[in-house]
Design a protein around this ligand. Structure first.
Ligand SMILES: [Ca+2]
Ligand SMILES: [Ca+2]
Ligand SMILES: [Ca+2]
Length: 259
């Protein structure tokens, strides 16, 4: 008694799926050996990266030659080439080394470590026009666009009033002016990268209606760039009306002479 055709089709599909799974597993486990190395980005040519295990009588080559690394066919030593690795372009290389016949594959991963080789910058699209109501209480914050640094380190920020010297030399510390002369301070959360400008002391539009701020972003290698932010203080109805003393006196005199 033969099984029905539909049952045969099902068995065939199950067989195909099992075969495919086994092939996938064997592909994952196909490497005879695995190696993990680390090298700093921008390392000069011929910097030692690592050495794979070799067997006597075999030679070795990359399956797909990377521009940044070379392999000694006999010793298994991997060195950098004239083409420097750039972590910001690629931070992990997954390479396959093949032995001579009988061929066996070796997995090599090379992690490119960060070097602080980028200066922080302020994207041109940032909003540099800010405003606060003069009645906003101390502690009121507005979020401002932060600077960008392609490296992995943390940035730090400082705010100073704009002076001619601070514009010509942002490293000068504002030419003697300090953030303490401003009614603002910066609040930076390095884990979220949110940067806030916060009111540090009471604002008064009638005393000063606008400020120009020089905000500097500095990375862990003291590379810095600054942006100028303008802060407008918006009017609030916080002054009681005052009578003109002269005209009031005139009116009273007029009233008395009329009587
Ligand atoms: Ca780089
Ligand atoms: Ca870098
Ligand atoms: Ca940097």
């Amino acid at each position: 008694m033969f099984p029905p055709i539909q049952s045969l089709q099902c068995h065939f599909i199950v067989f195909l799926l099992l075969s495919f799974s086994l092939l996938s597993i064997s592909a994952v486990q196909a490497f005879s050996d695995s190696f993990y190395f680390e090298v700093k980005e921008n390392s000069p040519a011929q910097t030692y990266v690592g050495k794979i295990a070799t067997k006597a009588g075999f030679t070795y080559r990359f399956n797909d030659d990377p521009a940044e690394f070379e392999l000694n066919a006999e010793t298994g030593v991997i060195l950098t080439t004239e083409v420097a690795a750039d972590r910001e372009a690629k931070d992990l290389y997954s390479l396959v080394v093949l032995s001579s016949s009988p061929t066996y594959p070796i997995e090599v991963k090379v992690r490119v470590l960060d070097v602080d080789d980028n200066v922080p910058f302020w994207p041109p699209s940032i909003n540099t026009n800010l405003s606060f109501s003069e009645s906003a209480p101390v502690g009121t914050k507005v979020i401002i666009d932060s600077a960008v640094d392609a490296d992995s380190g943390q940035l730090r920020y400082r705010v100073e009033p704009v002076t001619e010297l601070s514009l010509s030399d942002p490293q000068s510390g504002g030419g003697g002016s300090s953030s303490s002369s401003l009614p603002f301070k910066l609040n930076y959360n390095s884990s979220t990268s949110f940067l806030h400008l916060e009111i540090a002391s009471k604002l008064d539009r009638e005393l000063q209606s606008s400020y120009l701020l020089n905000i500097t972003a500095t990375d862990e290698s003291d590379q810095a760039s600054y942006a100028i932010f303008s802060v407008r203080i918006l009017d609030s109805n916080d002054n009681a009306p005052v009578f003109d003393h002269v005209s009031r006196t005139f009116c009273l005199q007029f009233a008395v002479s009329c009587c």
